[in-house]
Design a protein around this ligand. Structure first.
Ligand code: ADP
Ligand code: MG
Length: 617
């Protein structure tokens, strides 16, 4: 067998943006695993120690290298994959720069053992910080085994720049996912400190997706098949009901290579418009195949953005294609904006006394401008015992007074009219008529103006402050669970949870972690949380922490209160009775910061007569 490596022409070398190939352990993993894929391996094993600081080892059963190639492979611009410049614009092969190994060897201690199938004996090359140390014959299985030790040992600035182990591990897992999702026919495994994070046998694409993201996706994704002359799109997309507010399961690949594409993401999001809650998106795994000459591959190794000649056509095809896929597979909208939320999530907590319908003989939602449905009675909201947590005497009192004052005012319409004409300040507490608009907003008279309340955000603010008080008065107490529960977290969330375990403990989450990667067990929860909500809240806490990492302004207590509020608050799209609207408004106005939701978004808009005058102009 002849040697296969050729030197890249200089002209081409200059075409390649000189960039930093290796930024962190995850970049080493990416380069080595892509090389193993290119070498035709059917099995690739990755061993990581200390998030890659100590060891990144990639073992494959691919074609292996000759004695000369093994030595040559570390030369800058050494590649067996490229002879002409125009190949640069094709991305059918993974690596083509011929500088990955040279770059890695410059900043680490590298040992390469490799043997081709027909060679009786393999070769072992050791290089430290670009310095050749030794090359000796070795007994080694067919294929290639790269061990990268002490990454950045000679670049202290880079070493210091590395983030916490859990963050680096998350980057590693991200790179790994992007590669394994494009090669379901290759068997992959990933170990961290000898714990298996992934063991992925070869199989179908669907089996691979489920292997990476868990069995729950099995019933949630539907196949996509869009075939046109400019693009072929295959893969899977989630049912609307699988959508989440925050998600890291959206993947685009072009010609079997991962890409970021916020423009195409928008096309998919549009296909789900009105089928999911706002800002929520299902998982998707979409594989685009296009003529390589119609895309502009940025050759910078760190970039994952790609420009498409036919971007706007592909946008339309994606949007229409996904829409059609959904309609064909007969998935119903995630939320029926009129019913579902109302049936499942009562606004009032269960331990408030079951309210009676007020004995008033007018329709409190009556609005002369639009015809609305009659408000639902509490019975029909399914308020029941047991599952919705601790209420407060405070709420009950307000609730009572809201009903009583509702009785006093029989003619809403006249009141609305007279308040607007009356220059004197409104009586306190304000007991003006309330209207629900579009199932999401509450309109109320306020200070001689019209106040519009976003009901979801208002509810968030109310719950957030309530939970903050409860957390403050019960700091670091924990309620032990009778039956500890296994925590079914994905690998990244688990690594993050492990990293912040002390902080989680400080707010009452007692979690047993055998290691950063083995399944954890939830043993105790903050006392104010409902047991059946605890895991949902914990996941939200971990996600928020991840999103806000490095933002010192939010404490763990704050994050917990916000997450618990998000888990409990009633989304828009649910019709509220007059009493519920009054309670919501009064409770909101009684909070410390009624104008903003806990994440800093507006809860209310006030239109004064002056504002209206301008609008009528
Ligand atoms: P490129 O992948 O762009 O060619 P690299 O620096 O990543 O550049 O690798 C240089 C060369 O080393 C490759 O072209 C290939 O010939 C050889 N090589 C690297 N890794 C492997 C491997 N796992 N198995 C076989 N050959 C490999
Ligand atoms: Mg390569």
């Amino acid at each position: 067998m002849s040697d296969v490596i050729k030197l890249m022409p200089d002209s081409l070398a200059n075409q390649i943006a000189a960039g930093e190939v290796i930024q962190r352990p995850a970049s080493v993993l990416k380069e080595l695993v892509e090389n193993s894929v290119d070498a035709g391996a059917s099995k690739i094993t990755v061993n990581i120690k200390d998030a890659g600081r100590t060891l990144i080892q990639v073992i494959d059963n691919g074609c292996g290298m000759s004695v000369t190639d093994a030595r040559m492979s570390f030369e800058r611009h050494a590649t067996s994959k490229l002879t002409k410049a125009e190949d640069l614009f094709c991305i059918y092969t993974k690596g083509f720069r011929g500088e990955a190994l040279a770059s890695i060897a410059a900043v680490a201690e590298v040992e390469l053992k490799t043997r081709r199938v027909d060679d009786a004996i393999g070769t072992d090359v050791i290089i430290n910080g670009s310095k050749f140390v030794s090359q000796t014959p070795v007994n080694t299985p067919q294929g290639t085994n790269f061990a990268i030790k002490s990454l950045f040992f000679n670049v202290p600035a880079r070493r210091k720049f590395l983030k916490s182990n859990s963050t680096e591990l998350q980057h590693i897992i991200t790179e790994f996912q992007r590669i394994v999702l494009t090669h379901p026919m290759i068997e992959f495994s990933l170990y961290h400190n000898e714990n298996a994070i992934y063991i992925l046998p070869k199989g179908s694409l669907k089996q691979r997706i489920i292997g990476v993201f868990g069995k729950s996706l099995n019933s949630e994704i539907i196949p996509v098949e869009i075939d046109t002359s400019i693009v072929k799109i295959t893969g899977f997309t989630g049912k609307p009901s699988s959508s989440k507010r925050r998600n890291d399961k959206q993947f685009f690949f072009v010609n079997n290579r991962y890409m970021k594409n916020s423009y195409f993401h928008k096309a998919v999001a549009l296909a789900y418009d009105k089928l999911t809650l706002p800002d929520c998106i299902p998982p998707y795994f979409l594989y685009l195949e296009v003529d390589p000459h119609t895309i502009d591959v940025n050759v910078h190794p760190a970039k994952t953005e790609i420009n498409f000649e036919n971007a706007s056509d592909i946008f339309r095809l994606l949007q229409a294609g996904i829409k059609e896929t959904l309609s064909k597979s007969d998935v119903t909208p995630a939320i029926d904006f009129d019913n579902q939320e109302a049936a499942n999530i009562p606004y009032f907590r269960s331990d408030s006394p079951l309210p009676e319908e007020p004995q008033i003989d007018y329709d409190p939602n009556y609005n002369p401008f639009i015809s609305t449905e009659k408000p639902q009675s509490f019975e029909s909201l399914g308020v029941n015992g047991g599952s919705y947590g601790h209420g407060s005497a405070h709420r009950t009192t307000q609730y009572d007074s809201a009903i009583n004052s509702g009785r006093k005012r029989a003619d809403n319409w006249q009141l609305l009219y007279s308040n607007i004409n009356d220059d004197s300040p409104s009586p306190t507490p304000v007991q003006s008529p309330l209207m629900q608009i579009g199932g999401k907003y509450i309109a109320s008279l306020h200070d001689n103006g019209l106040m519009l309340i976003d009901q979801y955000r208002a509810h968030l603010r109310i719950l957030y402050e309530k939970y903050l008080r409860q957390i403050a008065s019960n700091a670091d107490a924990t309620q032990q669970l009778l039956y500890p529960q296994p925590l079914d977290l994905d690998a990244k969330s688990l690594a993050m949870a492990y990293d912040i375990r002390d902080e989680l403990m400080s707010v009452g989450f007692d979690i047993d972690f055998p290691s950063p990667t083995a399944t954890a067990t939830l043993r105790g929860i903050p006392p104010f949380l409902e047991q059946n909500k605890a895991i949902d809240v914990l996941i939200k806490v971990i996600d928020s922490y991840r999103d806000e990492h490095g933002n010192i302004s939010s404490s763990m207590k704050d994050i917990l209160a916000r997450s618990a509020a998000r888990s409990e608050a009633v989304m828009g799209g649910r019709s509220l009775s007059n009493e519920e609207m009054q309670t919501l408004r009064d409770d909101l106005l009684a909070t410390q910061q009624p104008e903003f939701s806990p994440d800093g978004r507006k809860t209310t808009i006030i239109l004064r007569p002056e504002d209206l005058e301008k609008m009528f102009n």
